[in-house]
Design a protein around this ligand. Structure first.
Ligand SMILES: N[C@@H](CCC(=O)N[C@@H](CS)C(=O)NCC(=O)O)C(=O)O
Length: 198
């Protein structure tokens, strides 16, 4: 049996669970406490971030994007892998996982980063990713075009966190297309299913 070491609210783990669900792969979800990680996880993956996939064949996959590609490489009923390798989408993903995540953490935990006010961090996050997303999503409903692709799934859990820092502000922000796109994901059956408490 495949086992995914996961943390329910972690955006990396959410995207991995979304891909595993979409691919219809049997997988036990092992919810971990980040403060008290299980020994089995530490032995499999000393870096001890989640998600980590322990495959039935013994392989260990330690990066969420690799877990997504592993799952969809076996079965990709909605063609999520199509469009993922477009250079614009690759750029978005690099920005999301890199500089956006950096500013997002500061926006969320601004008390720990008193050098600047919270709004400064939010503006940096908007400038590096949200603006690019908005420009794309004004033209088509998904980053995959008319249909979602892996890039959509890999990025929305982080935008969810961004929106959740100040939901009132986000609801009234200028990012209309991004809001509509995020709502579609948050209301989707797949997201609801992967967020069920285990
Ligand atoms: N590059 C990794 C990043 C995973 C990651 O940073 N996960 C966070 C949780 S959201 C984590 O496990 N942090 C370790 C900790 O909090 O102890 C991936 O894509 O899977």
């Amino acid at each position: 049996m495949n086992t995914l070491y996961s943390f329910r609210r972690c955006p990396y783990a959410i995207r991995a669970r979304m891909a595993i669900l979409k691919a219809g792969i049997d997988c036990r979800i092992h919810e971990v406490s980040l403060r008290n990680k299980p020994q089995a996880l530490l032995e499999l993956s000393p870096k001890a971030t989640v998600p980590v996939l322990h495959c039935a064949d013994g392989r260990v996959i330690e990066q969420s994007l690799e877990i997504m590609c592993w799952a969809l490489g076996q079965r990709d009923p909605d063609g999520w892998l199509t469009g993922f390798d477009q250079s614009e989408n690759q750029t978005l993903l690099t920005v999301n996982d890199g500089v956006f995540k950096y500013w997002l953490d500061r926006y969320k935990y601004f008390e720990r980063f008193p050098e600047y006010p919270q709004v400064y961090y939010r503006t940096q996050a908007e400038d590096c990713l949200i603006r690019l997303l908005e420009n794309r999503l004004i033209q088509a409903p998904f980053l995959g075009g008319d249909r979602p692709c892996l890039t959509d799934v890999a990025i929305f859990p982080f935008v969810r966190q961004f929106a959740a820092v100040d939901p009132q502000w986000f609801a009234q922000s200028t990012w209309r297309a991004t809001r509509a796109w995020l709502s579609l994901w948050l209301d989707s059956h797949a997201f609801t299913a992967v967020m069920v408490k285990v």
